[in-house]
Design a protein around this ligand. Structure first.
Ligand code: FAD
Length: 566
């Protein structure tokens, strides 16, 4: 290359006089934004987002059309350059009305390319749809069954009739692909020669393992329970997520070379120091929030009181409680409460009542689960909470108090306030407490990483902790949340681990992408959608109530190909 000397942000650089400033900057890994530049077209310089400062020039110049000359001194990051680029961009988008990224994808914690996979399903390319989903979510068989699908609540199709059945379509594609003799398998990068220890085999740990394995890492998952899957196995009951489906999906992750060692509890069988000494290059903590929060009321230690997690765990490990013909009260309003109540019904309880201290509107459980529980005959008593438990022979007396809603608390929901003198009693054979879960991280040897709320402190965007050897994500960082949030956290940590181990760069924040949006759903006029005919969305085929309440067969049966294509 016939060399001329220029200075780029203070650094001496050799360039070709035929090169533009933008080309030299890219070669030198100096980022200059541009909207109109495309290597296949003649440079036009119309967007003016690529402006830079050249010493001696009267004004800022577009870097995509300006060729370098000997001795040129270029500045790409000066405050006046950044301001000018911002102004150009503001002018360009001043009357723009559009969604750069679909709201569904933005709302999805994992930011799956939802429009993309639905288009592929529409084109009959079901396995290609799975390939696209797995760029962000390696567990579509599972998530397609349990996700509360926040994507659907912001779907633009709500403005026409009903949201697209996004999650049901994901499940359809995943089910289809998994029935093929050659289901889709990702390409694995050449071995990196580095080993990663993942603690916990819930969705966070499994997702982190998947993405690290794809990048060529040697991954071992250490799990304290006898079987992998975390709350997907020991929490969510089979009628919503069959163990066979979960095993199949975990099997796909093991096929990538991930080793899962069960019965290995961090803090009991080994320490983080042991992992370091055995040659692991990084550790990911995905230990979940598995401890039932106590009610903190008198009588709670009674043998007829059990935590929802323990109740569901016993059922999942084939040691269910004998509650045939018994009266059961469940207290709480989340998924654990719904699953415990519905499982109690399937175990033959004669009457199951859910006590919740707020109203149905504030219940955090998936809407579909609440509706199905109601259909199955579970009773709900809202604005009520237990305050004392007393022995009553072969039953317990549960003293309750009525509540009214006061001002919103830190969660934004209205705080339940007890109504004085409204005490009343209910008799039950069993009280299942399901008011929430906590992380149990005290014995794993990282006291410096534990927050005042008992969670592990890690960056929510990147999974890094204050220790460069340890990453964390999922429920143990956020508190009890959802499976797709755990999946997203596992992937983000995998990206951070890979970046640090290959380049030494510590990923303190996620890349922030520029986005334009038409705005929230309720701000968009209906008239924009008038041209679309209204159509009923395909209902998920499901077992009828009388078929489903006596055993734990999967309730939802999956869309047919015809329904999915429509
Ligand atoms: P977990 O799934 O809890 O996994 C943590 C893993 O770490 C476990 O396997 C645990 O045994 C292991 N572990 C813990 N400590 C150690 C240690 N010291 N050493 C080794 N291993 C350890 N979410 C949804 O999206 N939809 C639903 O419908 C839904 N329903 C739910 C129903 C119930 C009853 C429950 C309890 C949760 C539900 N959730 C649901 C929430 C969802 O299951 C969790 O958000 C998700 O599983 C969290 O994933 P995780 O990987 O962070 O933790």
């Amino acid at each position: 290359m016939p060399g001329i000397q220029i200075t780029l942000n203070g650094k001496k650089v050799t360039a070709d006089s035929e090169e533009t400033i933008l080309e030299v900057a890219r070669r030198e890994h100096v980022f200059i934004p541009t909207l109109c530049h495309d290597e296949r077209l003649e440079p036009f310089g119309s967007c003016r987002v690529c402006l830079v400062k050249v010493k001696g020039a009267k004004s800022l110049v577009p870097s995509c059309t300006t060729k370098v000359t000997g001795g040129m001194e270029i500045h790409t990051e000066d405050p006046d350059v950044i301001e000018a680029r911002k102004l150009s961009l503001s002018l360009l988008i001043s009357d723009h009305f559009g969604d750069c990224v679909a709201p569904c994808s933005l709302e999805c914690p994992a930011h799956i390319d939802i429009q993309g996979y639905i288009a592929l399903i529409g084109a009959g390319k079901f396995s290609e749809a799975v390939k696209l989903i797995k760029e962000k979510n390696p567990m579509p068989l599972t998530i397609g069954r349990v996700c509360p699908h926040p994507c659907e609540s912001v779907c633009r199709r709500n403005k026409v009739d009903e949201p697209i059945a996004i999650n049901n379509l994901k499940r359809f594609a995943a089910d289809y692909d998994s029935m093929q003799e050659n289901h889709w398998v990702p390409e694995i990068a050449p071995a990196k020669g580095k080993r990663i220890a993942v603690i916990g085999s819930g969705p966070a740990g499994l997702s982190c393992s998947y993405y690290l394995a794809v990048k060529g890492y040697d991954v071992t998952v250490f799990e304290k329970h006898p079987r992998p899957g975390g709350m997907l196995r020991y929490g969510i009951p089979e009628y919503r997520l069959p163990a066979e489906i979960l095993d199949r999906e975990i099997g796909y992750i093991k096929e990538l070379g991930v080793t899962i060692q069960c019965g290995e509890e961090l803090g009991r069988n080994y320490t983080i120091e042991d992992l370091k000494n055995s040659g692991y290059d990084a550790v990911f903590l995905g230990i979940g929030a598995q401890k039932t929060i106590n009610l903190k009321i008198e009588g709670e230690k009674h043998s007829r009181v059990i935590g929802g997690i323990e109740f569901l765990h016993a059922h999942a490990t084939a040691t269910p409680m004998d509650i045939k013909g018994k009266t059961v009260i469940v207290t709480g309003g989340g998924n654990t409460a719904m699953d415990a109540a519905r499982t109690a019904l399937r175990l033959g309880a004669s009457m199951v009542t859910v006590l919740y201290r707020r109203t149905r509107k504030e219940m955090p459980a998936n809407e579909a689960e609440i509706g199905e529980a109601e259909e199955e005959g579970i009773l709900f008593e809202y604005l009520a909470a237990p305050i004392r438990i007393e022995d009553a022979g072969d039953m317990i007396d549960v003293e309750c108090i009525r509540m009214q809603l006061g001002l919103p608390d830190s969660s934004g929901r209205r705080r339940p306030v007890p109504i004085e003198g409204s005490n009343h009693r209910r008799k039950a054979h069993l009280l299942i407490t399901a008011i929430g879960q906590r992380t149990d991280a005290f014995d794993i040897g990282v006291p410096e990483l534990i927050s005042a709320r008992d969670n592990i402190q890690a960056n929510l965007d990147t999974g890094i902790t204050s220790d460069r050897y340890i990453y964390a994500g999922g429920d143990c960082v956020t508190g009890a949340a959802t499976a797709i949030e755990a999946v997203a956290a596992g992937r983000k940590a995998a990206v951070s681990i890979d970046l640090y181990l290959t380049t030494g760069v510590w990923r303190e924040k996620d890349t922030e992408e520029f986005n334009m949006t038409k705005g929230p759903l309720n701000s968009i006029p209906e008239t924009l959608f008038e041209m679309y005919p209204k159509e009923k969305r395909a209902a998920m085929p499901a077992l009828r109530v009388e078929e489903r309440i006596h055993d734990c067969r999967e309730i939802e049966l999956g869309l047919t190909e015809t329904e999915a294509l429509r």
